[in-house]
Design a binder for this molecule. Structure first.
Ligand SMILES: [Zn+2]
Length: 263
């Protein structure tokens, strides 16, 4: 499931391949993928435009053009495909950008979560993105701690609240809390200054590492994510059997020894 690290890699991929290119034609094979315009209006608004830049905020990619901004959300199964890497179109390629020079960039999504939106100005962009907090990868220490000080509730629920910090999903939240040795249900109000500083440091480190190592789930055996969800999985740090609970409404893995439950 694409979380912030995956979306940052899609953004880089998009910037490398599509930025600077002119859109000749947009083919929408599944009109439900276009969320705030008709397929026809969407295609017309982007035809002839040049992709100027790719930004990211949380799990959103924002492709700037010399016209409207294209907002992309990858849902659970979204991906970007470059025709040079994979020539034939696939039945789950729901939006296809035909670029000048003959290449195609395709938005592929097996399931119908996520999609593409258009924003013609900053107001429309805010409407689509909703009330997002600072990006979880780039939020500064002072801002993070300031937001945290105003929060109540369980640590996992706070981390996953996109209004708190945008981009943290279920997997990253479990990894960060495990590395920071904080129980997912522990109230953030009970965290002392050292816990808070550690939480920020770990969040930054986990996200930075995961962005740079796209296969971090395989390449980091010392991480919780490496074994998370496997039958009989043990804590990579202390070898205690992992526990599975529901926190923030999501399936959550933790080490009962490294992350003691709230007293
Ligand atoms: Zn442990």
């Amino acid at each position: 499931m694409p979380e912030l690290p995956e979306v940052e890699n899609y953004r880089r991929f998009f910037a490398e391949r599509a930025v600077g290119r002119i859109v000749l034609r947009v083919v929408v094979t599944d009109p439900t993928t276009v969320r705030n315009a008709s397929a026809r209006a969407f295609a017309r608004a982007l035809a002839g435009r040049t992709f100027l830049r790719a930004d990211r905020h949380g799990k959103w990619m924002l492709a700037r053009t010399d016209g409207p901004t294209l907002l992309v959300h990858f849902g659970m199964t979204g991906d970007l495909i470059w025709s040079g890497d994979e020539p034939p179109r696939h039945r789950h390629d729901r939006v296809i950008f035909e670029l000048e020079g003959g290449d195609e960039l395709r938005y592929r999504n097996m399931r119908r979560l996520g999609g593409v939106w258009l924003a013609h100005d900053a107001g429309e962009e805010r409407t689509v993105l909703g009330d997002l907090g600072p990006d979880a990868l780039t939020v500064g220490r002072r801002e993070f701690l300031g937001h945290l000080a105003r929060r109540r509730g369980g640590a996992k629920a706070v981390l996953m609240d996109q209004r708190f910090a945008a981009g943290v999903g279920n997997l990253i939240a479990d990894e960060v809390l495990w590395q920071a040795r904080i129980h997912p249900k522990r109230s953030v109000a009970s965290l002392d200054a050292a816990d808070r500083a550690r939480l920020f440091g770990v969040l930054r480190k986990v996200l930075t590492t995961a962005v740079e190592e796209f296969d971090y789930l395989q390449s980091r055996p010392a991480w919780l994510s490496h074994v998370r969800g496997q039958p009989g999985a043990r804590c990579p740090r202390c070898r205690a059997p992992l526990a599975r609970v529901t926190a923030a409404g999501r399936t959550t893995y933790l080490c009962p020894r490294c992350q003691p439950p709230p007293g």
